[in-house]
Design a protein around this ligand. Structure first.
Ligand code: SF4
Length: 354
């Protein structure tokens, strides 16, 4: 029988395990409390389960938590951790402090197959999906776990390309039997894939961020190959059918590139696309070069400010987002692992302050 990984399992799945081991009915509830409320690292720590129950569980299951292999620390306090996924690949997690609160940026895949031209993860290719335990472990085993106020699914991978694991992890974060976090503390960022986006919108209450980057499909496809099969209008029509005026938030992400998506025409079309999207926000992002040879340049600061002010004049909330962790390549979508992966393979867990 295959070893079951418990992190990410819901009460029904835990109940199936405990009843297969002939444990009392309440054992499933005890198990989920130990997993999600008390963050137990071993079956031994689950002291209200009998010794026999603990040993039966240890024979069939594993918790699925593991400490990070290394960390890089930015001058602005951002930390980038490397975790080893269950299938063996190294994945990245960014912890981004901001005064009293901190945002945790989670990976959902080892690499990514979307191939966005501006993204360092895309250059690594795709090594596989993470499972729910891998996603949850990035929070569960984070040394700064108790400081995290917001979670963003914006690290390596396209969350909607690994929907079942992403949904299972969101349920464990938000359900009462799990970590009981408000879904308003969670944002899933996507390049936009219609069918799984509909499920995410219907089955969760989390905020959504759509990586737009160009309001014209043909031009967008030059930057984001997924746009060839996933044109913007059906995605925006779907988004228009949800309420973005309440507590749930929709954000459009827009990296401004010099001479590529920063013209008056782009601005006008961008404004047109926001119609019917309620209180949509636009995050204007400064471009961080992946390698310096990308063949694109970030738009000048004046253009960022002009876009922001003009969008605000149109009644659209637009902000220029601060880039964090630039010196350790921890900016969202720009994670680069090669050097850290080597460090993690060869070094004991350590804080390699850069
Ligand atoms: S930006 Fe996101 S979706 Fe695009 S290649 Fe990078 S990780 Fe994948």
């Amino acid at each position: 029988m295959e070893t079951m990984i418990l992190l990410g399992k819901n009460p029904q799945q835990l109940g199936e395990l405990t009843s297969s081991l002939n444990l009392p009915k309440f054992a499933a509830r005890q198990l989920s409390d130990w997993l999600y409320k008390k963050h137990a690292a071993s079956f031994e720590a689950m002291t209200n389960l009998s010794k026999a129950a603990r040993s039966a569980l240890a024979g069939q299951a594993t918790i699925g938590c593991s400490d990070p292999g290394s960390v890089a620390v930015s001058t602005d306090g951002t930390k980038k951790y490397l975790f080893r996924a269950l299938a063996g690949a190294w994945i990245e997690t960014a912890w981004i402090p901001d005064d009293e609160r901190a945002t945790l940026c989670l990976s959902t895949q080892a690499g990514c197959r979307m191939g966005c031209h501006f993204c360092a993860t895309a250059r690594q290719g795709f090594s596989g999906n993470l499972d729910a335990a891998d996603i949850l472990n990035q929070y569960r085993s984070l040394p700064e776990r108790d400081t995290v106020s917001n979670i963003v699914y914006m690290g390596m991978g396209e969350p909607l390309d690994n929907l079942e694991a992403v949904l299972a992890s969101i349920r464990a974060f938000t359900e009462d039997w799990g970590l009981a976090m408000s879904p308003r503390r969670i944002t899933v960022s996507t390049c936009g894939i219609l069918a799984p986006l509909r499920r995410l919108l219907d089955e969760t209450e989390v905020h959504v961020a759509l990586s737009l980057h160009n309001p014209f499909d043909e031009e967008r496809a030059q930057l984001m190959p997924i746009a060839r099969s996933q044109p913007l209008e059906p995605i925006l029509d779907l988004l228009r059918s949800y309420n973005w005026r309440g507590q749930r938030r929709l954000t459009l992400e827009y990296i401004l590139f010099d001479g590529y998506n920063d013209s008056e025409d782009h601005f006008r079309q961008l404004v047109r696309l926001t119609r019917g999207l309620g209180d949509v926000r636009i995050n204007l992002l400064r471009w961080n070069s992946v390698s310096g040879d990308d063949g694109v340049r970030g738009a000048p600061e004046e253009t960022l400010e002009l876009f922001r002010d003009s969008l605000n004049d149109e009644g659209i909330i637009a902000t220029i987002r601060r880039s964090r962790g630039g010196d350790i390549a921890a900016a969202c979508g720009l994670l680069s692992t090669a050097r850290l992966r080597n460090a993690a393979d060869t070094a004991a867990p350590a804080a390699d302050k850069e």
